[in-house]
Design a protein around this ligand. Structure first.
Ligand code: HEC
Ligand code: HEC
Ligand code: HEC
Length: 409
């Protein structure tokens, strides 16, 4: 007897014994699947305020137009989404439209979630209905006039939003299509990794080539050998997403949160699929890089030897699992050096995940090094050992020093 036939008969037997038990079994599977999918979508990251109950909303999200507070998506009847129908939930995820027909702001990543299949959206809905209901009234729209007018989003959507489910490419293998579905849909990786136009929409011809967000740079994660992850193996990408670091890079800032709450909990096969898809993204047509000034390289070399080489080593190779490699590392060669300047000024602590519980730390140098010295050290790092990336200027360092001081107030 074939396995499938056996399963069918077993299913029939169960059905005969108790139709209800089977329905509940199926429902349980859907809820479990919904839980996994909600983790991929990282709903908790935005829908939880610092110190607040999970999914009860109230996190203030900065947008180019002002502040939006995330709503409560627990099943509470009055302040959450307890009264929403499934159809209303699906419409919010696919079309960015709220329960009363109002347009939702794209701080809610519906331009990505629109790609998610209806069956996956319904599974998320089924799981969300099982989490504890929390009473928490949130006023989402805290934007100043005229951005507070939701009808303006009709124009925004016209320019930046294409409604529709993911369409697999027949020319690509299933694993690639799975990766594309996760990255472009629920994973909403482009929300940070794609450069935005002046009104905050994705520049579609720059997908995954890097984007800035509040003093951080989310680097190119496409297949470019030098600046993207094209030079990484699938295993290196999977290790980074699973644990927050690999032998060449460590996740800090917003990516540390993404790893902790989302990617470290994804299924190994899904991480593998993401790696396959990212490495297959075409590189951009970037201009060649100008060689830095010799004097700056000399100054930078001195700062590096005295302040940095103890940990990152003189050949820039780092120490596996402790101090990241600077040689041949894509984020070190990003066009935009924001994250690197921040790391040197402020220091950084790598993420600690369950599979790799201790994280090493990078000390702060803001009290010790001038803008010129930080710029020279980073220019040196970005042009040594075969690296090549635009020089870092002392005015770039000064700007970030100022921004960090403001953040600290
Ligand atoms: C990057 C931040 C972010 C992420 C991630 C996110 N949301 Fe939201 N979500 C928001 C914001 C902000 C709003 C409010 C938009 C508005 O009021 O215009 C919102 C609105 C909603 C709404 C409408 C609620 C209402 O009361 O109108 C639903 C439903 C929702 N999100 C579900 C989800 C689910 C499910 C996930 C995970 C798959 C998710 N969100 C992930 C930021 C986010
Ligand atoms: C909330 C913003 C945000 C989201 C969403 C996000 N990232 Fe990131 N990501 C970043 C930032 C910022 C960095 C740089 C971190 C650093 O260098 O410490 C980064 C770094 C990375 C790196 C390392 C690149 C390198 O060269 O070092 C990879 C790989 C990566 N992200 C993959 C992903 C994938 C895959 C997704 C979607 C599942 C994703 N990211 C979603 C912000 C984000
Ligand atoms: C005491 C050891 C130590 C010293 C000294 C040190 N670093 Fe680091 N550095 C680290 C660690 C650990 C990390 C990883 C932190 C993290 O996880 O984000 C790091 C991260 C970095 C990063 C970010 C790399 C990435 O993948 O995001 C840069 C750039 C960097 N260091 C440059 C420097 C420079 C330039 C100096 C000298 C001015 C220096 N470091 C001195 C330990 C050190």
């Amino acid at each position: 007897m074939s396995a499938r036939l056996a399963a069918a008969i077993a299913g029939l037997a169960l059905f005969a014994a108790s139709p209800k038990a089977m329905a509940q079994g199926q429902e349980f599977d859907v809820i479990e699947r919904g839980h996994v999918l909600a983790t991929v979508g990282d709903c908790v990251a935005c829908h939880t305020a610092p110190g607040g109950k999970p999914f009860s909303g109230g996190l203030k999200i900065e947008t180019p137009f002002g502040i939006i507070a995330s709503p409560n998506i627990t099943p509470d009847m009055d302040t959450g989404i307890g009264r929403w129908t499934d159809a209303e939930f699906v419409r919010a995820m696919h079309e960015g439209i709220g329960r009363n027909g109002e347009h939702l702001y794209p701080a809610f990543p519906y331009p990505y979630y629109t790609k998610v299949t209806t069956s996956d959206v319904l599974a998320i809905r089924a799981w969300l209905a099982t989490i504890p209901a929390v009473r928490n009234e949130v006023v989402s729209n805290q934007l100043p006039f005229p951005f507070s007018i939701r009808a303006d989003l009709i124009g925004w959507n016209g320019l930046n939003f294409k409604e529709g489910r993911f369409v697999p490419s027949a020319a690509k293998p299933a694993v690639w299509n799975r990766g594309a579905y996760l990255v472009e849909g629920l994973g909403h990786c482009g929300a940070c990794h794609t450069e935005k136009n002046v009104i905050g929409g994705d520049k579609s011809d720059r997908a995954l080539l890097g984007g800035t967000l509040g003093g951080w740079f989310a680097p190119n994660i496409g297949g470019d050998m030098r600046r993207g992850v094209g030079g990484w193996s699938n295993e290196q990408i999977v290790a980074y997403l699973k644990t927050g670091h690999n032998d060449v890079a460590a996740a800090s800032g917003p990516m540390a949160d993404v790893v902790t709450q989302s990617t470290s909990r994804m299924a190994p096969a899904d991480l593998q699929a993401i790696a396959v898809y990212l490495r297959d993204q075409p590189p951009p047509q970037d201009e060649p890089t100008a060689k830095p000034d010799d004097v700056v390289m000399k100054t930078g070399g001195r700062v590096y030897a005295t302040q940095c080489a103890a940990c990152h080593t003189q050949p820039g190779s780092g120490v596996n699992g402790l101090f990241p490699t600077l040689a041949h590392a894509p984020n070190i060669q990003s066009i935009n050096p924001t994250t690197l300047i921040r790391a040197v000024l402020q220091g950084a602590k790598s993420v600690a995940t369950d599979p790799a519980p201790t994280g090493a730390a990078m000390p702060a140098f803001d009290w010790k090094l001038s803008d010129e010295q930080v710029a020279a050290a980073l220019t040196y790092v970005r042009w040594s050992w075969g690296n090549s990336a635009p020089s870092v200027t002392s005015s770039q360092v000064a700007d970030i020093r100022k921004a960090l001081r403001k953040e600290g107030d």
